[in-house]
Design a protein around this ligand. Structure first.
Ligand SMILES: [Zn+2]
Length: 156
């Protein structure tokens, strides 16, 4: 699945529903390397009138991006209900909604993309920040298999 195209010819004025899906391949066609994975359902209700076509979109699913704090994959929920109106000069053509869907999904992502507190990869966070750790992160580290190895090295 690469393009989200609504066929406008061959049906009378009225209302139709279309269903599509934005996956990783879809984002790769826009050269987006920030999205690691995607699974977004795209429901489109198209209302066709004599000189106007409107689309009401319902986007719901998840995209996976790197966490700002630890760089590990972070699944971000996507939920948006934008609508689009087709330009009158384009009424005779099929309607490619790919760019609009792409833009709406990207716009719906939060500016700050971080795991909930304590759920970041403690090793990466420590490496990246070299700063203070929370108790939760310290505890997670103590429970990790690397902690035992660390003790082994230190005892020598
Ligand atoms: Zn994180």
């Amino acid at each position: 699945m690469n393009a989200i195209v609504i066929p406008l010819n061959g049906w009378a004025a009225g209302e139709r529903k279309f269903h599509s899906h934005a996956d990783l391949e879809f984002f790769q066609t826009f050269d987006n390397t920030e999205i690691l994975d995607a699974d977004v359902d795209v429901e489109i209700r198209v209302v066709k009138k004599e000189r106007k076509v409107e689309a009401e979109l319902h986007l719901s699913g998840t995209v996976t991006v790197p966490c700002d704090r630890c760089l590990e994959p972070l699944a971000v929920p996507v939920e948006a209900n934008p609508s689009e109106v087709l330009k009158p000069e384009s009424l005779a053509e099929d309607w490619d909604l790919s760019q609009a869907v792409y833009d709406y999904i990207c716009l719906s992502l939060p500016l700050q993309r971080v795991h909930p507190e304590g759920e970041c990869n403690p090793d990466t966070v420590r490496f990246l920040s070299q700063g203070e750790r929370t108790d939760e992160e310290a505890e997670a580290e103590a429970n990790s298999p690397f902690a035992a190895l660390k003790g082994l090295f230190e005892s020598k």
